[in-house]
Ligand binder design. Structure first.
Ligand code: ADP
Ligand code: MG
Length: 291
């Protein structure tokens, strides 16, 4: 009986957060180990289901870099990265689409359906949701069919949300000529969050959060302002795949997303911990420096 009462108390403690966030749109970028490890995968799916059941509107945008790399390897193709972005020829873009839209997206939809959540998988091609052009990297280098999102058409996403579906978005885009683009999922998530005026944007990754020293988990930055973030990118503290992620955090804030977090997806129920408790499980990125 004691434990049952404790359980009830845990639910009661969540009331203020449920009141605050009911009806809110939360975009979750799902990637890293949390997508590979079966137990973590179940925990993410349960968290998303919980958000939906208590009245939030979750939107999932997934990655799949590891799976794309491994299928490319099986096909005898090496992957090349420039500052965390994959160099993508036409064949690579096709493989990425197969993996992202064909395999990963549909598997996530299936998992959500299994816990009773109506879910629909779309890519940026569906409803021309993510209209792209070729993205040059920061140094002006051509990365091939890496999509820069020029326009998000939210018609399909809004139709799905209004009809109680949880959209699962694969980061595949299209241009006016019908070319297929692989989009870094972090960019897709922030573009979607910005266009939907989401209240929260959450990046699940496989490190503790944004670290001052990439190899020291204890150096986690609980909050990071825009100015600090730009400084850490310039001085090399933030490297590789963390660069686009941090840029996307800033981009989300610019587009009016209220709060942006980089969470440790290896912690079970990281999403619920972030939304319904005061316990920090990652880094919150803010416009201004926090006191
Ligand atoms: N300052 C930093 N703090 C945390 N991670 C960093 C930092 N600099 C570089 N990284 C790297 O960025 C990676 C996260 O980006 P990425 O590999 O693209 O993962 P994801 O699948 O989440 O997009 C981390 O695993 C880490 O190796
Ligand atoms: Mg990445």
């Amino acid at each position: 009986m004691e434990t049952e009462i404790l359980k009830a108390e845990v639910l009661i403690e969540a009331i203020p957060y449920i009141r605050r966030f009911a009806g809110s749109t939360v975009v979750v970028k799902y990637g890293g180990s949390a997508m590979v490890d079966e137990k973590l995968k179940r925990s993410v799916i349960q968290d998303i289901a919980m958000l939906k059941y208590i009245g939030l509107k979750p939107v999932v945008v997934h990655g799949g870099g590891k799976e794309i790399t491994s299928l490319l390897e099986r096909l005898g193709k090496q992957s090349q990265f420039l500052d965390g972005l994959r160099v993508t020829d036409e064949e690579t873009a096709k493989v990425a689409e197969m993996v992202l839209s064909g395999s990963i997206g549909k598997a996530l939809v299936d998992e959500l359906q299994m816990v009773g959540i109506s879910s629909v998988g779309i890519s940026g091609k569906d409803g021309r949701s993510l209209l792209c052009s070729r993205k040059l990297d920061e140094k002006g280098r051509d990365l091939g069919f890496v999509g820069q999102i020029d326009h998000v058409d939210t018609t399909l996403l809004e139709t799905l949300l209004a009809n109680n579906f949880v959209p699962v978005v694969s980061p595949v885009g299209v241009d006016a000529a019908g070319n297929t683009y692989n989009i870094n999922a972090d960019y897709a998530a922030s573009a979607v969050a910005g266009s939907l005026s989401a209240q929260k944007l959450i990046f699940l990754t496989d490190v503790e959060g944004i670290l001052k020293d990439k190899d020291d988990p204890a150096s986690i930055l609980r909050t990071l302002s825009e100015q600090e973030a730009l400084g850490y990118i310039a001085d090399g503290t933030i490297k590789g795949g963390m660069i686009p992620k941090v840029q996307c955090c800033l981009d989300g804030l610019d587009k009016g997303v209220e709060s942006v977090h980089v969470l440790d997806g290896r912690v079970p129920h990281a999403i619920l911990l972030e939304i319904f408790t005061t316990k920090g499980v990652g880094t919150m990125v803010t416009k201004e420096k926090q006191a």
